[in-house]
Structure formats: C-alpha cells, structure tokens
Design a protein around this ligand. Structure first.
Ligand SMILES: Nc1ncnc2c1ncn2[C@@H]1O[C@H](COP(=O)(O)OP(=O)(O)OP(=O)(O)O)[C@@H](O)[C@H]1O
Ligand SMILES: [Mg+2]
Length: 364
C-alpha cells in the first residue's frame, strides 16, 4: 500500500494542497493549528471509515464552501489506482473511475492504521473504547464479522426493549426466552471472533511493547468476559444462555441486559498492573502504539499489503529511546508522522519532511 499523491480542495483549512510523499517516512512539521492532522485525516478517509476525530462529514468541508474534493493516487494489489472522494453533507467515492455505492465499499481497497491522541482513550477510558477497537480491528481482518456483530447488537436492542415492556406485561416473558436463545447464539459468535483476535494480537503487541521499552517492561492483554467461559468454545452459547437465565430478574428490574459481550473488557497490563490506573503517560502512549502497530501487523498478514501508518502527534511524552524505536520499527512501511518539533526526527536516516503553514505545504 503506497500513497503516491494526495490532493485536497476545500478540505478543512487545506484550500488547495498537493502532497507527493516518499515511500518511507513522511514527517509533517508545523506549529499548532496549521493543518497537520487535517492531512492525516484526509488520507485516513480513503480507508472508507469516518473521520478518526469523530467529525461529521459536513465539518470536513471548508467553512462557507459547499463541498470538498480529495483525490489520491495509490498503489495497492500490485497496481496503480486512483480514488476520489467528494464531500458535502455526505461522502461519495469514485474508485478507478467507477462510482461506489457507499463509502464502506472503499474498505479493503486502501488500508491503514491511525494513531491519534484521541486513541489514548483506549487505555485511559472505560471498556467501551477497547471493545470498539477489537471490533473495528477484527472487521478489517474478517469483513464478515460486521454482520455477526450487527446481528448481536440488533438482538440486544430488541431484548432490552422487551425487558422494559415485560415489566408491565408479564405475558411477554415467553418472548424473552426466544430472544435470549437468539442472543446467546449471536453472542457466542462475537466471543469466538474477539477471542481469536486477542490470541493473535497478544504476542505481537507484547513484542512491540517490549521493543518500545527496550525490554524493560512487559505488556500483557487479557480478554475479560462478563460471563465465566470454559475453554471449550462449543459450550459458550449454553453458558451465555444460563447466565441470561440467572440474571433474568435483575435484567427485568433494570430494563437492560447485564451480561454478554457488550459488557466485556480487554484488560491491558504493564508489568502485571492495570495500565489504566497505574501506567505513566509515556507507558500509556506506548501501550496504545503497540496495540495499533500490532493491529497493522495482523492486517498485513491478512491482506498481504503493508498498511499505511498515520501517526498523529505520536512523539510527545516519549523519551528519545522510545521515539527511536518507533521510527526504526515502522520504517519499512509508508508512514506519515505529524509533529510540532522536528528535533527528534533528525536522527531519521531516510525519509521526507514537509512543512505546513496555514494549510499550505512547502516541500523542504
Ligand atoms: N471545516 C473547516 N474549515 C476551515 N478550517 C477548518 C475546518 N475544520 C478545521 N479547520 C481549521 O484547521 C486548522 C488546522 O487544524 P489541524 O487539526 O490540522 O491542526 P494541527 O496542525 O494538527 O495542529 P496541532 O499541532 O495543534 O494538532 C485549525 O485551525 C482549524 O480551526
Ligand atoms: Mg494536530
């Protein structure tokens, strides 16, 4: 996967921009609020996902302009390709001259991973951010998982609605059994997917974290299910069904389902202590980076393509040794790194620096 050229018109503060990156490390340097993250966001959108900053499509268009246009020449699947993204109230793609039915259809044609300071929530926040990470990463790994997860979440919503109604209409409780059965079947599939992904992710992330910390610290991952699951996967559905039955009165009282994959967590520990409460800023940042780079590494195994790495403001809070490891570890991928201070990057053996001011790019 290689970005050859990116052009932007009226995308946020990038009125007209043309970036021709190198195949290795591309560093985008500039003061605050000049447009560095906007460039990474523009590249990220070609994965077919929404903005990693949670922005609405309309917010991506330059203020007082009706529309924005992004265009990218890239190499993937061994050939030169061209994608165009038109943004107004929504997003629409053209890939190699053919209009795509929805942005999601871009998935798989261009792939990348992004680290941005918002992703520190992966370690700092509650379990929801970690479940979302696992689910999104596994969707890129096995696109069919979108359907499995969608089915589970729909059934969960329906069961919760039913729990609320059943408080007043006890005759609905028979229907609750039907939904519990269906939810247990879908939930077992979600567990199978997530646990398989965590099994693959754990050694890779641990190795990367070991490298970042010069083997001084150890990171471990553990999938923590809200239902005690035996090792035998074929028993998970029955276990879930039993847990739903055991929690039935409580669920009816709360009007929501208290156990299941939607209540699970991915526990991240550093030196056997929970990273959320014990780890330092630099350790938390390193842990998120290790997870993201491990995600990229697994993605590469599946797609046989090196994903593009987009690292927004990754260097701050890291000591020089950690910075150096990151630069060296990912050097054989195409990487885009933003920073205000180019100092740490001067050790970089090869690569390209770009300077940005008020949305305009000056090649160094
Ligand atoms: N829709 C928009 N129209 C015009 N300008 C916008 C729009 N959205 C964001 N901007 C502006 O783009 C500018 C650059 O944003 P960006 O997040 O890329 O900065 P940055 O260079 O990454 O800064 P920092 O180092 O602080 O992270 C900001 O000043 C912001 O106000
Ligand atoms: Mg920024």
């Amino acid at each position: 996967m290689l970005v050859k050229q990116l052009t932007a018109e009226h995308f946020r503060n990038l009125q007209t921009l043309c970036l021709q990156p190198c195949e290795g490390c591309n560093v985008i340097v500039g003061q605050n609020a000049q447009g560095k993250t906007n460039i990474l966001e523009a590249i990220w959108l070609f994965t077919g996902s929404k903005s990693f900053r949670g922005a609405k499509d309309r917010e991506l268009v330059e203020l007082d302009r009706p529309e924005a246009l992004l265009s990218m020449d890239f190499t993937a699947a061994g050939r030169e390709q061209k994608a165009e993204l038109h943004i107004d109230k929504g997003r629409s793609f053209t890939l190699n001259g053919i209009r795509l039915a929805s942005p999601a259809k871009m998935a798989g044609h261009f792939c990348g991973i992004v680290f941005s300071p918002v992703h520190l929530q992966l370690v700092k926040d509650g379990p929801e951010a970690r479940r979302r990470f696992l689910d999104a990463a596994y969707c890129q790994h096995r696109p069919g998982y979108v359907t499995v997860l969608g089915t589970y979440l729909r059934l969960l919503q329906q069961r919760n609605a039913l729990l609320k109604d059943a408080r007043f209409h006890r005759d609905l409780e028979g229907l609750l059994d039907v939904f519990s059965e269906k939810l247990a079947a879908a939930g077992a599939q979600v567990w199978a997917a997530r646990q398989a992904y965590v099994r693959s992710l754990t050694p890779v992330a641990a190795e990367i974290y070991g490298g970042i910390s010069a083997e001084k610290e150890k990171m471990t991952l553990q999938y923590r299910s809200s239902v005690a699951l035996p090792p035998q996967e074929e028993q998970w559905q029955a276990c879930f069904l039993q847990a739903l039955a055991d929690n039935r009165e409580q669920d009816l009282a709360c009007g929501s389902t208290g156990v299941g994959p939607h209540r699970d967590d991915l526990e991240i520990q550093i030196d056997a202590m929970p990273a959320r409460t014990y780890a330092s800023q630099g350790q938390q940042r390193s842990a998120v980076l290790a997870l993201k780079l491990a995600e990229a590494s697994l993605l590469q195994q599946t797609t046989k393509e090196k994903p593009v790495a987009l690292l927004d403001d990754v260097m701050s809070e890291l000591d020089p040794a950690r910075q150096e490891y990151i630069l060296n570890h990912i050097l054989d991928w195409q990487v885009f790194i933003t920073c205000c201070d180019p100092g740490p990057l001067l050790r970089m053996k090869s690569g390209q620096q770009f300077r940005i001011r008020q949305g305009r790019l000056l090649r160094e």
